[in-house]
Design a protein around this ligand. Sequence first.
Ligand SMILES: CC(C)(COP(=O)(O)OP(=O)(O)OC[C@H]1O[C@@H](n2cnc3c(N)ncnc32)[C@H](O)[C@@H]1OP(=O)(O)O)[C@@H](O)C(=O)NCCC(=O)NCCS
Length: 206
Amino acid sequence: MKTTALSPRRWIDACLQKALNALGGRQAPPTQPAPAPERLGAPPQVLGPLRLTLGTGCRVSDRITFSGRGAGDEVPELFVGRNVDIGWETTIAVGRRVTLGDNVRIAGRAVLAGYPGHPQDPAAWAADLPGANLPNGGTGVGDIVLEDEVWLSTGVVVGAGVRIGRGTVVAAGSVVTHDLPPMVLAGGIPARVIRPLAPNPSGHRL
Ligand SMILES: CC(C)(COP(=O)(O)OP(=O)(O)OC[C@H]1O[C@@H](n2cnc3c(N)ncnc32)[C@H](O)[C@@H]1OP(=O)(O)O)[C@@H](O)C(=O)NCCC(=O)NCCS
């Protein structure tokens, strides 16, 4: 029997498209051609419309969810830089845009929550209405940026509208509700700076 081999890039595209078709979603064309990642677990679960750009040399583990649910007509966008690890059972929920810089490391069971999922009023969520009484114009949607070389340890939650500075490490189980500066160890709920991190001789921590 004759078989046709798919390149890794076409394999993930086909898997993503199949998942999207099954869910009634659509895959927007990427902003630039994304080269094949080096190592993939099972294809990530992709929910909703999402524009996805994946840099070279990324490793995406098993049981990952990428979801897109914007507040307007814009297609939510997840931009992943080069040489990024996304660990087991991590969820990235994109409201408008989530950016992961180069060399970012995300350990297992992290959640990047770029949209709230529900309004805060029970009558409104029971009626499946959009956000109310939430930040960012009532939508709760906010961009998330992990600058280059950020490391999120196991089980970290990052809220909407948060930017984490280059080279910063966030300790396990932390909830990041506000921006964090570059080159610090941060931790706790909510996450606060614990101590600065020394740069290595090349200029930054790797
Ligand atoms: C980030 C991490 C590596 C930092 O380790 P470290 O540099 O040895 O830091 P320390 O253990 O010396 O702790 C420094 C301070 O931060 C606090 N701290 C450490 N982990 C913390 C956490 N998860 N939440 C809140 N505070 C924390 C410590 O209590 C300590 O505070 P103190 O000085 O008042 O006693 C570690 O905290 C961590 O999260 N490890 C898990 C890594 C992980 O998830 N790996 C999975 C594979 S990627």
